[in-house]
Design a binder for this molecule. Structure first.
Ligand code: BES
Ligand code: ZN
Ligand code: ZN
Length: 518
């Protein structure tokens, strides 16, 4: 058995068999709306005396991409599965990898609801559609695994009082892909990526008292060791010695010591190219002296989602043995209003000597990232990409399913957009026009950490980071404030932390390898 990270990750079984003959607790099949039944569903429908067609003509199941239904084939029908989970795919002409991934996730969510521990899915959900088999298997396995995710760390530990539905529900233990030779390696790759997304979600969902900067650092050390990474943890004194005054200005309001977590994956082709990933690692953002309102402040336990995605991506790179060296830099700290906290108006000095006037201590992400980006540049990377839950304004501009993307390098931006398209994690560019720079000019220091009023909040945050990336370094910033958390389930996402960025970054790194090979 290959090493995995998450204990809750379903196992992957791969079989090459006629779905009608698969004796599984649950078999998922996709059905189009307003269209003929796909081939496998047609055979099953006939064996079931037209049950599927009747469900549809009665309007109980429409095939719309929000619909699903469960049927129980009688033993004598010749259909071996105990249950068939029908998931609507919407219109046939709109079928895409995104739809397959989302609807495989819907099947997994339905299976979880039924308490079924094993879910079997044809690699194309039985559609027979003309879609690349490997890509389809990737989408279906990722969808099924991610749809089956649950964060149960703090539930049902007490032995008594488990007589409630939520507690009785079981995890999906096995995802069985009904595939062929073409789909094997894609399915395995998908499970590795899913494992890393589980990790990012688990870490990010962890309450701040269970995931302090020190605990995040020790997780990095442990998992780094297990998967062959080089992990360096810099403590406060070393952070100070390196001149990271912006990072420290955030950590000083907390009793919890900060940690600069650096995780490096060196590929077999060491030195071919290095990509540096920087992730905001605020394990709790109270706002500091510029204290946040109490309503929903608990959500700020997910303010290290960028750091978690970076953490998980470096591990994915190692496990997929990519050809690119990847260094993940995570400045981790709480942002608290303790006695040592930075006060509005304080001036602090970043690693590159920039004097920063801190006018709002709640704009702390850009402070820790400033030093994180300066540090990352030491590796002379071909690209620096940072991920951060940086601004509430990201939610105002693009909502919670698309992340604003900023870059000083058109080519890097295009590559990230291509990775976004292929991974399904949506990013969209916002501009970094020079004129925004004057908005962060300070009266007393080189720059200040906020702009004026509420205008262009995400662009101002990105412009601040651009100052530290500089003009020579290829750099991009993804503001995941909206996409890191979900208020409810959708597509392959579950309520809570989404792990956004892992699939995007892994795809970006994989494409670098492919482009070089071609
Ligand atoms: N962590 C927040 C941003 C955030 C808001 C993430 C909502 C997720 C959901 C960040 O540190 C912050 O507080 N930003 C301020 C910046 C402002 C003071 C310029 C914001 O967005 O209000
Ligand atoms: Zn903040
Ligand atoms: Zn924050």
């Amino acid at each position: 058995m290959k090493k995995t990270i998450s204990a809750n990750l379903p196992k992957l079984a791969i079989i090459d068999q006629d779905p009608v003959a698969v004796a599984a607790p649950a078999l998922a099949l996709g059905i189009f709306s307003k269209d003929d039944l796909p081939p496998i569903a047609r055979v099953i429908d006939e064996k079931l005396g037209g049950q599927i067609r009747r469900l549809m003509s009665d309007g109980d199941f429409t095939g719309a991409d929000t619909s699903s239904a469960v049927i129980y084939p009688p033993r004598e029908s010749g259909v071996k599965a105990e249950r068939i989970i029908l998931v609507g795919l919407g219109k046939r002409e709109k079928l895409s990898l995104r739809v397959l991934k989302s609807r495989a996730a819907a099947a997994a969510k339905r299976a979880l609801g039924l308490g079924v521990t094993e879910l079997s899915l044809p690699f194309d959900l039985g559609t027979g559609a003309e879609i690349d088999a490997a890509a389809s298997a990737d989408a279906v396995v990722l969808g099924a695994m991610l749809g089956g995710y649950r964060f149960r760390e703090f539930k049902g530990k007490k032995k008594v009082n488990t007589n409630n539905d939520e507690n009785r529900r079981k995890n999906i233990e096995t995802v069985t892909l009904i595939g062929n030779k073409e789909t094997d390696s894609a399915a395995r790759r998908a499970r590795v990526v899913a494992d890393c997304v589980y990790l990012a979600r688990d870490l990010s969902n962890s309450p701040a008292n269970h995931l302090t900067p020190s605990l995040l650092a020790s997780r990095a050390r442990d998992l780094g060791k297990k998967f062959g990474l080089i992990v360096d943890i810099y403590a406060e004194a070393e952070i100070e010695k390196m001149g990271m005054g912006a990072f420290l200005s955030v950590s000083r309001g907390s009793h919890e010591p900060p940690a600069l977590i650096v995780m490096s994956y060196l590929s077999k082709r060491k030195g071919l190219r290095t990509v540096a990933l920087v992730g905001k690692g605020i394990t709790f953002d109270s706002g500091g002296i510029s204290l946040k309102p109490s309503l929903n402040m608990d959500q700020m336990k997910t303010d290290m989602s960028g750091g978690c995605a970076v953490f998980a991506t470096v591990l994915a790179a190692a496990r997929l043995r990519l050809d690119t060296d990847v260094v993940g830099v995570i400045p981790a700290t709480e942002n608290m209003p303790g006695g040592g906290a930075t006060k509005p108006g304080d001036v602090v000095t970043a690693m590159d000597g920039t004097a920063v006037e801190v006018l709002n201590t709640d704009a702390e992400g850009r402070l820790v990232l400033a030093d994180g980006i300066c540090f990352a540049k030491r590796y002379k990377p071909t690209a620096v990409i940072d991920l951060a839950t940086l601004t509430g304004a990201a939610i105002v501009s693009l909502g919670s399913k698309t992340a604003p993307l900023f870059s000083t390098d058109e080519k890097l931006q295009t590559r990230l957009q291509a990775a976004s398209e292929a991974s399904g994690e949506r990013v969209w560019p916002l501009p970094l026009f020079d004129y925004f720079e004057k908005d962060i000019k300070s009266d007393v220091a080189d720059i200040k950490n906020i702009g004026k009023g509420r205008e262009a909040g995400s662009i101002i945050g990105a412009t601040f980071l651009k100052h530290f990336a500089g003009t020579e370094q290829s750099w991009a910033h993804v503001d995941i404030a909206g996409t890191a958390r979900a208020d409810g389930d959708y597509e392959w996402v579950k309520k809570g932390s989404t792990g956004f960025g892992v699939m995007l970054l892994v795809k970006y790194l994989e494409k670098l390898d492919e482009d070089e090979a071609s």
